[in-house]
Design a protein around this ligand. Structure first.
Ligand SMILES: Cc1cc2nc3c(=O)[nH]c(=O)nc-3n(C[C@H](O)[C@H](O)[C@H](O)COP(=O)(O)OP(=O)(O)OC[C@H]3O[C@@H](n4cnc5c(N)ncnc54)[C@H](O)[C@@H]3O)c2cc1C
Ligand code: SF4
Ligand code: SF4
Length: 949
């Protein structure tokens, strides 16, 4: 590392904690990916906590001449969130303050908040923020503002630029300006008079240049994020207003946005969506022009290639035969919103009438139905993943984003289609926000050979010519210039405008400290450098398009790696393997073992938010099984085949720990075990909710059930067979006893397999990568169940632990298997009356229940028995089987995402014993199974049976 970086490091270590400074090359490499086609490894990654720290650091970076790039969620598509110098990320525990102003009409936001989360908070007030990129559930306010992002409804009027009310900015010399604070503004005016004066000069220069002035006005009638937003020089007279509007869309090249106030948009109560297919693109685009006059909220265009990639669409009855009816059909997905149902119906009728005038081939009429609406939007959302997931292995996904005047939309689409054909991009699709003339072009390219670069270069050159020369369009409508279109800003805007943009950059940042190479870049081939080359893995990893949508749900985000970073390093390991670089492979493997493998919960929460459905946990398990299998599999097979003995040994270990706690004191064992665990992760952390052993004879006693009425097969998981209650738990009976008691109360004959002590669903083996033993145990459990003498094929099978239920049902989808909540919902809920409890209950829906879409059962059960319910809203709590005992920090890290006010609940319930232990440890609340709650209701006589069959 160069001397200036070393000096900077020395300086910043005096005020930035060492854990927040990352210099290891493998860890830095993991941050070298955003959602674009580029990959650049930073020398240093810094996690900055607050504005004061940021201001101090920026000042030091300026002094030591070490360029910096800010990163919010890293979902940018043009390469603007990458750096070969210092990448500054927002520390995951900070930058999330939100202040609701004027009952929701305005909102003050820190840059680390996720856009979708802000909208959830605003929803009860009846508002949302204006910018609506389709990545809103992953991207952060800092990135949304710095890219001036927009989506299908916000058009050119509701983006951050037009809804901006104020901003706190940190400039490259460390100066902080709060445009909403009079003192701050006055001080800034005094100290930075020259900057403000020069900005005003630029305004005058632009006002005096009539052709340029008109050009700027014309170009911002459509979406444009190429270059700086120099419309600010025309739209505002006050230099402070100009300055803060220039920051919007500046991609971190002019200053850091430490806070932003936005005016919000009122939510409309009703909405309808319809799908219309026209004979050709011209007809579709003519329809757009006319339908736009009827005030729809969104019109999404899908070109012929998009449609072709989607058919057959059986949910709406659209098949291949429909495609052959027109020359090259194109579709519009139209959404209308309104305050009253009647006005919507009128609007739908007008649009239907209008569509008939444009050679309509097929229509799926406007619907309000939630499922049908979801099906329709899923079509649109499927387009990007379709190309992403099915692209050639080892290729890189490219998303270009142009905008043309609405009147040219059809012609532009046809020309781009021809261009894709000319360059043999046969997987390419074009879709976009039609009302805005916005077109997304998605295709893939292999970059592992020089011809690939050349082909992409020629394609881009031609695309630029078409958009600029033929249509006077924007090369980037929404996604920002980045390094992808930086070489073409002058071509799009012309010499005079580009010269103003260059002046803007030097006024704010004359040494190019902030995000150099982005927006203003003299290198005509900048867009061809640092393109990432993907390795071929022959697994789901080949589908990954680095979008980063999986990051926010990952329990290890902020502690070790995110799913995207795991994929990035797996790619790196493959590349090193291919180069036979054994030394570096070994080093990288070592880092990956902790950051990628050991601290991955492997529960697959990432799969649920991944557009192409990648379960990174599964990839990690496969990796793990490769490395462990040869060494330990015979021993593990032995354990699997002698499971009762194994659990006996574990029971003995648990008893010994309980004895130790009694002997040495609970707090001492807790503290000591944490210290040892931090050094040797194979020694468990014995937290305050660490369970005592459940005596085996206790289980045998329970297992002898009487012959009563209806049958239910009850499979106590090995976890619940092994673990009794803990010392701090108020429950006296173990869960198994409680389950049998509750089931019997509702008139069930509870059957437990004879050889239950030998049984395990196999998850304990699967989660450690021992796939052979997993299959053996899973099959063994299944045959034990099928051998039971049941009176009906439909006899329900109840597993008392959510992830074991998931593990069993995954391989046996047609079986009648239940976890507690769905079982209660289907078999018990309508059999009693109860007066809902007033206690405030915190409910945790584990990731395995989320994966199996069991939310509704949780809601149904809880709504009947309690009036006061909060949900943890965690996608994964990170405890993951027994991992929480060995990696308690993973669990702690995941739970930091839960808002602290939930801790004010009286107690918690769930359907997973291990999640309950982790939640109890880190919230201080007592957590139990839902069956415990039912037992309490029975004992307190709050339940009244309505019917017993
Ligand atoms: C599948 C997919 C779909 C997408 N759809 C859309 C879409 O519909 N519309 C759209 O506009 N975009 C879209 N994007 C692009 C991207 O998600 C958005 O532009 C998003 O707003 C970027 O936010 P981020 O938090 O990821 O920012 P990042 O990518 O981390 O950063 C974006 C830029 O802002 C700078 N920056 C970040 N924080 C700050 C700060 N506090 N102060 C100053 N500069 C800062 C960074 O240096 C960078 O230049 C999509 C991306 C993907 C992968
Ligand atoms: S795993 Fe999925 S969500 Fe995560 S970066 Fe890859 S494609 Fe995106
Ligand atoms: S399985 Fe869980 S911990 Fe592992 S990468 Fe996916 S979300 Fe993260």
């Amino acid at each position: 590392m160069e001397y200036n970086y070393l000096s900077l490091l020395k300086k910043i270590k005096t005020y930035i904690p060492k854990d927040n400074i990352i210099t290891d090359p493998t860890l830095c490499y993991a941050y070298g990916t955003d959602a674009s086609l580029y990959r650049i490894t930073p020398k240093i990654v810094l996690k900055v906590r607050h504005a004061e720290e940021m201001s101090k650091f920026i000042k030091d970076a300026l002094f030591y001449k070490t360029p910096i790039t800010f990163r919010a969620a890293g979902t940018s598509l043009s390469g603007q969130a990458l750096s070969d110098s210092i990448l500054v990320v927002l520390h995951e525990n900070y930058w999330k303050k939100i202040t609701i102003i004027d009952n929701g009409k305005e909102v003050s936001l820190e840059p680390g908040l996720i856009g979708g989360d802000v909208n959830l908070i605003l929803k009860p007030y009846g508002y949302k923020i204006g910018p609506d990129p389709s990545s809103i559930n992953s991207c952060k306010i800092g990135g949304i503002a710095a890219n001036n992002s927009s989506g299908m409804c916000c058009g050119v009027k509701l983006n951050a630029y037009h809804t901006l009310k104020g901003m706190k900015i940190i400039f490259c010399d460390g100066t902080v300006l709060d445009t909403l604070n009079k003192n701050s503004v006055d001080t800034f005016k005094q100290k930075h008079f020259d900057l403000l004066d020069s900005i005003y000069e630029l305004r005058l220069q632009l006002l005096e240049n009539k052709p340029l002035r008109e050009k700027v006005q014309t170009k911002y009638r459509i979406k444009n994020t190429t270059g700086y937003g120099i419309n600010a020089l025309l739209d505002y007279e006050n230099p402070i207003d100009i300055l803060q509007h220039l920051l919007i869309g500046s991609e971190g090249t002019l200053g850091f946005i430490a806070n932003i106030n936005l005016e919000t948009i009122p939510l409309k109560n009703n909405q309808m969506t319809g799908f219309f297919v026209f004979e050709n693109i011209e007809n579709a685009c003519e329809a757009v022009v006319e339908i736009t006059k009827l005030n729809p909220d969104a019109i999404e265009l899908m070109d012929f290639l998009s449609l072709k990639s989607l058919v057959p669409i059986s949910e709406i009855g659209f098949y291949d035969s429909h495609l052959s009816k027109g020359s090259k059909p194109a579709a519009l997905l139209i959404q209308i919103q309104g305050d009253s149902s009647d006005s919507l119906i009128d609007k739908a009728a007008s649009i239907n009438k209008e569509s008939l005038r444009h050679n309509l081939l097929f229509k799926y009429d406007f619907t309000k139905d939630e499922n049908q609406t979801k099906n329709l939007w899923d079509l649109r959302k499927a387009l990007l993943p379709k190309v992403g997931a099915h692209r050639e292995r080892g290729s890189t996904l490219i998303v270009e984003d142009v905008t043309v005047p609405l009147t040219c939309l059809a012609q532009a689409t046809i020309q781009i289609q021809n261009l894709l054909k000319k360059y043999d991009y046969t997987d390419g699709v074009i879709f976009g926000h039609a009302m805005d003339g916005s077109l997304h072009i998605v295709f893939s390219q292999q970059f592992n050979h020089q011809e690939g670069h050349k082909k992409y270069q020629n394609f881009i050159d031609e695309l630029v010519r078409i958009i600029v020369n033929d249509f006077n369009g924007s090369l980037k409508g929404e996604h920002g210039t980045g390094r992808n279109m930086a070489p073409f800003v002058e071509q799009e805007w012309g010499k005079d405008a580009y010269s103003i943009m260059q002046k803007v950059k030097t006024l704010f940042d004359k040494t190019f400290l902030l995000n150099p190479g982005v927006i203003i870049n003299d290198d005509p081939e900048a867009h061809l450098k640092n393109i990432k080359q993907k390795e071929i893995h022959h697994s789901d990893l080949d589908k990954c398009m680095d979008c980063g949508f999986c990051e926010k749900v990952c329990p290890s985000e902020g502690y070790t790696f995110t799913p995207r970073q795991r994929n990035t390093i797996l790619d790196k390991i493959k590349s090193l393997d291919n180069q036979s670089n054994h030394y570096n492979t070994k080093k990288t493997h070592k880092i990956f073992q902790h950051y990628g493998v050991d601290t991955c919960a492997t529960t697959g929460a990432c799969e649920l938010s991944c557009p192409v459905g990648i379960n990174v946990g599964q990839l990690i398990l496969t990796e793990k099984s490769k490395s462990d299998v040869l060494v330990k599999s015979k021993f593990v097979d032995l354990i699997a085949k002698n499971f009762e003995i194994t659990t006996d040994i574990m029971r003995f270990n648990l008893s010994s720990l309980s004895f130790l706690k009694k002997l040495l004191g609970k707090e001492f064992v807790e503290r000591k075990s944490m210290q040892i665990n931090q050094k040797i992760s194979s020694i468990p952390y014995v937290g305050s909710n660490f369970p005592n052993a459940l005596k085996k004879n206790q289980l045998q006693k329970i297992a002898q059930s009487d012959n009563q009425l209806k049958q239910v097969v009850y499979i106590p998981s090995c976890i619940n067979r092994l673990m009794g209650n803990n010392d701090s738990n108020k429950q006296e009976s173990p869960l198994i006893e409680i389950v049998v008691k509750v089931l019997s109360y509702f008139g069930y004959n509870v059957l437990i397999p004879q050889n239950i002590n030998e049984l395990c669903c196999g998850l304990a083996f699967k989660s450690k990568g021992f796939l052979k033993s997993y299959h053996f145990k899973n099959d063994e459990m299944l045959s034990s169940i099928t051998e039971m003498k049941l009176t009906s094929d439909n006899t329900p099978i109840l597993m008392d632990h959510s992830s074991c239920f998931d593990c069993l049902i995954e391989k046996n989808k047609n079986m009648n298997i239940y976890e507690p909540f769905r079982f209660i919902d289907e078999y018990i809920l309508d059999r009693f009356a109860s007066s809902p409890s007033k206690d405030k209950v915190l409910v945790h829906i584990p990731c395995s229940s989320i994966k199996n879409k069991l939310h509704q059962s949780f809601y149904n059960v809880m709504n009947k028995i309690s009036e006061n319910i909060e949900y943890t809203e965690l996608e994964c709590c990170g405890f993951s089987g027994d991992k929480g005992f060995f990696y308690p920090k993973l669990n702690e890290n995941a739970l930091r995402k839960m808002s602290r006010d939930k801790i004010s609940c009286d107690y918690g319930v769930s359907n997973s014993r291990t999640c309950e232990i982790g939640l109890a440890d880190h919230t201080g609340l007592e957590f139990n199974s839902i069956f415990h709650l039912f037992n309490q209701l029975i004992e307190s006589q709050s339940l009244k049976l309505e019917q017993v069959e």
